[in-house]
Design a protein around this ligand. Structure first.
Ligand code: ATP
Ligand code: MG
Length: 234
């Protein structure tokens, strides 16, 4: 069953049309990725789904409800959390306070979720009283993912979680994304790192200059000639 449906979506900034004619479907329980080069429109797509960028036209439905144009806060409360490009953790707040912020749709912190997050990323437990800004890039990415999970989302959106991270952190982050997905959270992942993304995904979309140019199972895309030469360096 599909959890997210994006139909004929158009969005941009002022006079600039950044994405057009975007159609996407995310099935419940899947990991779906959007790959594409710099400026292809990946972030705009994600930001429009989570309500930060207002669409010019088109429709977004989540769990059967029309969420087009709703506020980001409403969308989080309905069960979509996002991990933004560049992580954007709160640098002056402690790790624990960052996690508290993520739990805002609920009355209080859910201890089972907190313990689960600390089991996924033990380093965050060790550093829970440390200021977010003192963490390494990889640890900040872990915190950004954890903050989003504190909202207990049905659908987790991630914008280039591997960007700028050392290879050992990239591996770790992708392993944890698989783990999060196994526990029942559907994942929508935007990535320039096509190799890593397609390796954990069920399905993938290829975006070029604001449009989806190809979509298929992740396996088929990994073996697709165009994808191999343009995105996998093969
Ligand atoms: N705030 C903005 N104001 C004006 N134009 C923007 C803004 N953000 C993005 N754009 C433009 O919209 C288009 C799509 O950009 P977007 O950030 O969605 O791409 P992207 O695929 O996420 O790229 P990257 O891989 O570099 O993150 C680009 O042409 C970009 O220059
Ligand atoms: Mg981007």
């Amino acid at each position: 069953m599909s959890i997210l449906e994006v139909t004929d979506l158009k969005a941009g900034y002022g006079n600039i049309i950044a994405i057009d004619d975007v159609h996407l479907t995310v099935d419940e329980g899947d990991i779906v990725t959007v790959i594409g080069a710099n400026g292809a429109g990946k972030t705009t797509t994600l930001m429009t789904i989570c309500g930060v960028v207002k669409p010019i036209s088109g429709r977004i439905t989540f769990m059967g409800k029309d969420i087009t144009g709703l506020s980001p806060e409403k969308i989080v409360k309905m069960g979509i959390s996002q991990v933004p490009e560049g992580r954007r953790i709160f640098p002056r707040m402690s790790v624990y306070e960052n996690l508290q912020m993520g739990a805002f749709p609920h009355k209080e912190i859910d201890n089972d979720t907190l313990n689960w997050i600390f089991s996924l990323f033990p380093v965050l437990k060790e550093r829970k009283n440390q200021k977010g800004g003192t963490l390494s890039g990889g640890e900040q990415q872990m915190l950004a993912i954890s903050r989003a999970l504190m909202a207990k989302p049905h659908l987790l959106l991630l914008d280039e979680p591997s960007l700028g991270l050392a290879p050992k952190y990239v591996e770790l982050i992708f392993d944890v994304l698989k783990e999060i997905n196994k526990k029942g959270t559907t994942i929508f992942l935007v990535e320039q790192n096509a190799h890593m993304a397609l390796n954990i995904a069920d399905k993938g979309y290829v975006m070029e200059t604001g449009r989806i140019v190809l979509h298929d199972t992740a396996n088929a895309l990994l073996n697709n000639k165009m994808v191999k030469s343009a995105y996998l360096g093969e």
